[in-house]
Write a protein that binds this ligand. Sequence first.
Ligand code: BG6
Ligand code: GLC
Length: 994
Amino acid sequence: MNSRNTRPKIQHSRPDQRRSSGAEERNSEGPSPSTAPVLGPMTVMGQSCLLHDRRGSVKILHRDENMDPLMSMEVDTRVSVSPLTQRRDSTLTTPIQRALRSFSIPLERLHVMKGHMMQDMCKGLSRQTHAQAKVRMLPTYICATPNGTEKGNFLVVELCQNQIRTLLVTLYGDGNMSPHMMYKIFDMPEGIMQGEGEALFDFIAQCVSQFLAETISPDAAQSEERQSLPLGFVFPFSCRQTQLDKAELLSWSKGFSCSGVVGKDVVQLLQAAINKQELCHVDVVALMNDTVGTMMTCSTEGRPCEIAMVADKGSNCCFMAEAYLVETTDETSGRMCVNTEWGCFGDDGTLNDVFTPYDESVDEESNNPGEKRFEKMVGSLYLGEIIRHTLIALSAEKAIFTGTDVSVLKEKGVFTMQHVLDIVNNEEGMTVVKRVLEVLGLQPSERDCGRVQQICRAVVGRAATLHATGLSAILSYMCQTREMEMLTVNVGLEGELCTGYFRFEEILQNVSKLLAPECIPTFLASRDGSGRGAAMVTAVALRLAAQRREVDEVLAPLRLSHADLQKVQALMREEMERGLCKETNASASVRMLPTYVSHTPDGTEQGDFLALDLGGTNFRVLVVRVTEEGISMASEIYVIPVAIMQGTGNELFDHIIDCIMDFQTKQNLVTERLPLGFTFSFPCQQVGLDKALLLTWTKGFSASGCVGQDVVQLLRDAAQRKQHLGMKVVALVNDTVGTMMACGYDDPKCEIGLIVGTGTNACYMEEMKNVGTVEGDQGRMCINMEWGAFGDNGCLDHIFTHFDRVVDETTINPGKQRFEKLISGMYLGEIVRQILLVMTEKQLLFQGKPSPKLQTKDIFQTKFLSTIELNGLALRQIRAILSELELDASFEDSVLMREVCQAVSLRAAQLCAAGLAAVVEKMRENRGLEQLSVTVGVDGTLYKLHPCFSQNLQKTLKDLAPNCNVSFLLSEDGSGKGAALVAAVASRNANAMQ
Ligand code: BG6
Ligand code: GLC
């Protein structure tokens, strides 16, 4: 027998515990097992132990002297062993005590083990370290749980230890409340587990064939033959899955070693064998681990289950992880079930110090020595073997079965799990224990019986404790990655250790409470094994595949190809030319309005100015001081009530003057008559810098009596009405121009202004010779494109979708600003809402139940798009946003909604890029350059706040205009600064002329 002294030191033991447990050990020698509770390795009973939990708090646990040893499994975990005590052990304690002690693991060691398990989990999930990870954390491609609408017949085949189970489940779409199930179990012929892979799969296929022949009537069989019968395959081995129906076997375990299967796609092998049986209508659509089947079985009846543990011949656990953490797949949305394959935990040596000599012997005798070390300590296939080796060792030391024949113990597998359970579960006297041992061919004394029972309980108790430790790692991992203070979760349980060992669940509960106190697991025993769940997985897979097809169909019109975008770019270019040309300008949808701004700032501008900024999310009044040292500003936001936006022009401009007066009073500027630059973000036909006729209102404004009027004059008139003399309007600019000027002050290469906010628009420096609508050929002039109206002449009709048309029809300016309505913040939320309505109607969302809230116009604001699309945003948060809108979104609903938002915002960014590509390419050609380097000054809440808009825009622009090197400069202080700069130049020129 190996000496425990050779094992690595246990890091976390504490001297006080060591002493007390050592003392107790000596006292515990003696009482006969049949007369008093045997105080084996759990001998800190009666002590008060100070425990440090993971968060550093201290708990005091009082133990009851007369406590049943089994009840005290958690105490068991607290026995501290140090090298010193071990040395004393070997001299002062009995072999039995030493054996028992070797199976008990101190609580602090369990904490460390849990930490290692969590580290290994992270390692398994990370793309970089996955290949070396022992805990493989295999993606299962199962991202959804049943929602009750699943319908139809589903076949399940389960590969079990010595059996093949076949199951036919009929679901009725009734919430899965009453599935109809038929099953048959086939025993596996001798030797097949170690034979050829082909023989195994042929046998499975034969079972399927026979089962179908017996369960499906000839009539039904005929109609089945026409329809395909989906099959879910429960394959409880470690597989690298790349799809639900593609799974390469990584390694066999649990005594299987069929040749020619490792490295192959198991789904294909099964499908080929099934086809050989001429069951061509049987279609293997999903492969899953048994843990996954269990999770799904336990997930029915309206209790979502997100963890499942199988404590059977082998041991394993799966759980729903945030998909973005599963770096080995491309899935980033929602959650995915991960098969931990925790059986291999410890294969890198982390469990060596708790591995007993008996575990070593079992490992050495197994098919796969050195592998699946954790499983070999906890799997029921091995527990009997661990006990057998312990008894062999103890009888060799003459500590048990003295003077009797123990040769039967040499026989591998003689101690079955059933024997172990019979011994462990029996609480009344030793009669049953004795009988079991005698049946095995041993001649135990009364004392032997007690000792064997103690050993069995220690081994089985350890298995339960270790399961709880693994589970605690998963619980804490889930709690942390979901950023929750406390996690409440259902845990499905399956396997003979769960069902057979009556204290199993209690130990899970107690130990996980100590190791993961922040989590509250509720254990659900799987009543029907993993088969029913496997049918569910298969059904969900089919439902999702059908749903996917429908979702793709709905979203297809929004998805634009490179060619589509090139066409939009070309059309924009055409419209630009038409807008610039005097003859065609009137009929062009892109008006290409001259701005009378012919230079970007040169740094010589100076003075104090007022500025107004009207037409974006906020109406602002500002004072801007431009000096040689730089620009300083102060501003105030004022509200423009909708009643004023949509009232009369006089009301609007009076209100604006009121705001200016208020601002000047607050800023102590009443005595001055400052030049004012006016950012007016609406399309204007400019006749000069300070004369601009409003062509049309956009973005929800409709104040009467303004269209066709000179806006500067309207403002002057209002000032006169209010007898306000403290300002002098010298320039009016569009917000794009204000933005370009503001950014141009910092970057002379900034010759384009772009707004993607409430509305969208762009301006750029065009060669005067190309501007047919203004006299003169020299130099350049900034052109306000008013690209929001692109497509108003029908040239974009081919890309408008049903949703765009509905959104357009419900605005106050139907048929107008069609390009803007595809891109800007004022409309994206509405497009999303229209899509959601259609998806609900098609039963793809909210289980087809329309929410009255979703019928409300503008309920879905564009800012929600920005939040929903945030990378890594937990779905919990999405659901919270949606519940604010009184939308009760399921997990799957949230994932789908995110996809809708992404499709809409991506299209917006791409279209914006196509417009911009036309601009930069035109500038490049104008200047006869191979390569153009230019900066775009950008502003607008959508551009600024949306997490992917700018990236998508820039990427698409690169694709569409590869010869232009375009940088983007964010306008930090709004366009008022630019308006002031324009005003500065205007007043300088005016002064010069005087
Ligand atoms: C602001 C500018 O920063 O952005 C405005 O100062 C502009 O002139 C606005 O209209 C555009 O963005 P939004 O999102 O407010 O419409
Ligand atoms: C609208 C206006 C335009 C403005 C844009 C961005 O499209 O018509 O003038 O630049 O919104 O605010």
